[in-house]
Design a protein around this ligand. Structure first.
Ligand SMILES: *Cc1c(COP(=O)(O)O)cnc(C)c1O
Length: 411
């Protein structure tokens, strides 16, 4: 540990068993948190406890285990509601993740409400999950996509955004935080501007949820999507938040069990919220694990996590940006712990491979955001992304690893 790493982070690290592992005989330095986060014992144990003691199908049986499973599942929904301050638990829909949540809105809301010539506004820094579902809707309906440009620092141009909002705009869909650049977008202002002309706003919160406080009522967003696995929870569980009045007017996304109240061959009556959008047996263990993850994060406190991650980001930024031949991609004033860069000497993939030999896990590639790579004229970047368990010492190991990359390529 570095002298200036706090006792807090030393303690938090012991909550994550995988952080004790070694890669290529070096202690693991896990800096790929924007792709997925590691899981604390609390989450691993909560899932295991559920399968050991409570497992049964939900909302169906009168037997004790089924009731316990239903209680666990609905308790998890309540934890999500409180974590993002939704007005009601029925506004919380459990899905597989952010991608499925955005597809649900595109197909259910988009297909039932939008017509040829209508416009959807997204930004130049979106993840493919917040581009492709809208493109599919465009092909199906003749709706058009409008793209908000960004400046060289990786910030949304609010004046350009305002010009894109018009009489044909029907929806704004933007990331709360960019996974490729780390930019925290001015979503509060963007939502206010959209609401002035009665346009609803969907926020892709996949990259925000673990790094900034989220209050959907204060934001007044209409939809908010996030994935459990990016906030120390399990894979295969995620959330769509939607305002009741919007969700109530939307048709179901998929048909099957749990989303119906009664079925005859002539007619099906749909269930109430949130079950209307939860067709089929849900990922109950995943929901329980997500609930445990939110408890874990809540106990530390979002403000504490933010302050810690900013501290590590600042240290890493100053170390990495002073290495000759490195260009940072994404230098917005408001950022979370994401450091994207290209190296003069080496391709991003070589950087990733050489760092891996030193036990350091970063991501190299287009980060599922190819349009933003084009915007910067690079095919790929190397990206280090930080979570609550990363240290200033690890930032120093990253910088030392990058110096080694330069030595290898110059020697
Ligand atoms: C990870 C991510 C997604 C996709 O999340 P999935 O869990 O793969 O569905 C979407 N948007 C952003 C900004 C992301 O970081």
């Amino acid at each position: 540990m570095n002298m200036r790493d706090t006792q807090d982070v030393v303690r938090w690290r012991t909550d994550f068993p995988i952080l004790e592992s070694h890669v290529h005989e070096r202690p693991l330095v896990y800096l790929d948190n924007a792709a997925t986060t590691q899981k604390p014992y609390d989450v691993i144990e909560a899932e295991a406890r559920y399968y050991r003691h409570d497992n049964a199908n939900v909302h169906r049986g009168v037997h004790t285990l089924s009731q316990r499973a239903t209680e666990d599942y609905e308790a998890a929904r309540g934890k999500v509601q409180r974590f993002i301050n939704a007005a009601s638990p029925s506004e919380i829909i459990f899905l597989r993740g952010t991608t499925e949540a955005i597809n649900l809105v595109a197909q259910s809301y988009g297909r039932s409400r939008l017509r040829e010539g209508d416009e959807i506004v997204i930004s130049a820094m979106e993840h493919h999950s917040n581009i492709v579902p809208w493109q599919m809707l465009c092909q199906q309906t003749g709706v058009r996509l409008k793209v908000i440009p960004i400046n060289d620092a990786g910030e949304i141009q609010l004046d350009a955004y305002q010009r894109l909002l018009g009489p044909r705009t029907r929806l704004v869909a933007v990331s709360h935080v960019s996974n490729a650049l780390g930019t925290v977008n001015p979503v509060q202002t963007m939502i206010e501007l959209a609401h002035e002309i009665d346009v609803p706003v969907l926020l892709d919160g996949a990259q925000a949820i673990a790094h900034v406080p989220v209050d959907v009522q204060a934001l007044d967003c209409d939809f908010y999507a996030f994935s459990g696995h990016k906030i120390y929870g399990p894979m295969g569980i995620g959330v769509l938040y939607g305002k009741t009045e919007l969700l109530n007017t939307m048709p179901p996304y998929q048909g099957g069990g749990d989303m119906i109240r009664s079925v005859t061959f002539e007619h099906t009556e749909y269930n109430v919220l949130p079950f209307k959008f939860e067709a089929g047996t849900p990922n109950v263990a995943g929901a329980v694990g997500l609930g445990a993850a939110l408890d874990y994060v809540g106990n530390i406190g979002m403000e504490t996590i933010m302050a810690h991650e900013q501290n590590v980001l600042e240290h890493a930024t100053s170390l990495v940006s002073s290495i000759p031949g490195i260009r940072l991609i994404g230098t917005a004033r408001e950022k979370t712990g994401i450091l994207s860069f290209v190296m003069h000497e080496a391709h991003a993939h070589d950087v990733g491979t050489i760092l891996d030999r030193q036990g350091i896990a970063i991501r190299s590639g287009h980060h599922c955001a190819m349009p933003i790579m084009d915007r910067y004229g690079v095919p790929a970047t190397a990206r280090a992304s930080f979570a609550l368990y990363n240290t200033r010492f690890e930032a120093e190991l990253l910088a030392a690893g990058l110096e080694k990359v330069i030595e290898l390529f110059n020697g």
